[in-house]
Design a protein around this ligand. Structure first.
Ligand SMILES: *Cc1c(COP(=O)(O)O)cnc(C)c1O
Length: 400
């Protein structure tokens, strides 16, 4: 990214990124280039074809094409990196760099609040490959983390805020410790998106589930892996090609379309989510609201220091007296909040999260039933009225 682009506002960047070299007959948007076979004019063309974008001929469809490149340029631009690799979904964006940077005999540090399927990967396939994991408290200090490094620790994994429980990590301090010990820092930046600039906070590899706000319409799954150096690009690109990662150009095109309006949606959804979170925090049925952008919430000071904004996904801990059954009944009664996994679309969601929380380092017990809320583009007043009806069901179920 050049200095000029860096100074432009996110609204401007989302309007202009990913359009270089994609104009076809003057249209504003890139075409959807679908393809497997790439034809060469002759054998000389075949011999000189390469996977690099600037070379005249690609080798094969799995290496991506102009539609992928346009989206990759967009994501690299908003994360402030040099190169981006699009993969089939967010989970693949987590596992691909893990396989790229870790070998048999290596050790990795993963936060206890990590996205569940990454824990599953670490405790399953990575064990089979001879890679060991230590799960650490996401709120750990740099000094305490330093004691957990082993001679074979090659990767520090961070995800901030954590999945379901929203712990904000001191990423710059932890990254410093990792780099002093020669380890790479991989971050799942899906919650932060463009509000957290990974490469100015010590991250080497940034992972995004584009399925969420970039897609923004609950109609695609896609992931990205972004780096900020040629050295890391060689490693990530090579692993991606070796493993056969690929994404549909149609989905890339949709994600690029989603990205154009992301800042507008985000501003609205972020504002609404704070309104809803504040209202919930004032209710006697609620023990604690886990929204890093809410003053007084856990991690708020770190969030204020490192993030330029917040998305609209947060957690709520209910008072310890409320049973799981009562929380389920409340969730069932909501009319505007759908019950579903994923997030980042235009529609609101509520998901009781206790069943999704799996820990091994003793963190994550907030002393009550929990629900994760995603606030969509609906009017916040309507959402609050729906939640108010829900709380009545919560109370009546508990008394009954
Ligand atoms: C959703 C999610 C993913 C995985 O994305 P998919 O596209 O659903 O595979 C990874 N990390 C986090 C933090 C997520 O919320």
């Amino acid at each position: 990214m050049n200095d000029k682009a860096e100074k432009l506002d996110i609204y401007t960047r989302l309007s202009h990124a990913g359009r270089a070299g994609t104009h076809v007959h003057g249209f504003v948007n890139p075409a959807v280039h679908r393809g497997s076979t790439v034809l060469y004019p002759d054998m000389k063309g075949r011999q000189t074809a390469g996977e690099k974008r600037l070379e005249q001929y690609m080798v094969y469809g799995t290496m991506g094409g102009p539609t992928h490149w346009a989206l990759e340029d967009m994501i690299a631009e908003i994360e402030g990196g040099t190169h981006c690799q699009i993969v089939g979904n967010g989970l693949a964006a987590c596992t691909m760099p893990l396989l790229a940077y870790l070998s048999s005999g290596d050790h990795i540090l993963i936060p206890d609040s990590v996205y569940g399927p990454v824990r599953n990967f670490a405790q399953g396939m990575m064990v089979r490959l001879g890679i060991t994991t230590t799960f650490y408290d996401p709120c750990i200090t740099g000094e305490a983390l330093a004691l957990m490094f082993q001679a074979n620790t090659k990767v520090l994994y961070v995800e901030s805020p954590g999945s379901h429980t929203f712990e904000v990590q001191d990423v710059p301090a932890l990254a410093k410790v990792a780099h002093a010990r020669g380890a790479k820092v991989l971050m799942d930046n899906t919650w932060g998106i463009y509000h957290f600039q990974p490469f100015t906070h010590g991250v080497d590899v940034s992972i995004q589930a584009l399925t969420k706000y970039v897609g923004g319409h609950s109609d695609l799954v896609l992931g990205s892996v972004t780096v900020n150096s040629e050295e890391d690009w060689e490693i990530v690109r090579s692993a991606s090609m070796t493993l056969g990662h690929y994404a549909s150009p149609d989905d890339c095109w949709l994600a690029l379309r989603g990205a154009r309006t992301m800042a507008v949606r985000m501003e609205r959804q972020s504002k609404s989510s704070l309104e809803v979170a504040k209202w919930l925090a004032g209710r006697p049925e609620v023990k604690q609201v886990l929204h890093p952008a809410l003053p007084g919430a856990p991690g708020h000071e770190l969030w204020k220091r490192d993030f330029s904004g917040a998305c609209s996904l947060f957690g709520v801990v209910f008072q310890p007296g409320f049973s799981k059954e009562a929380v389920y009944a409340m969730t069932n009664s909501l009319e505007l909040f759908g019950i579903g996994a994923s997030w980042g679309g235009f529609e609101s969601l509520a998901l009781p999260s206790a069943a999704s929380i799996s820990r091994s380092a003793g963190t994550g017990d907030f002393g009550g039933e929990m629900v994760r809320y995603h606030v969509g583009l609906e009017a916040p007043g309507d959402l609050i009225a729906d939640l108010e009806r829900g709380l009545k069901v919560l109370i009546s179920n508990d008394i009954g």
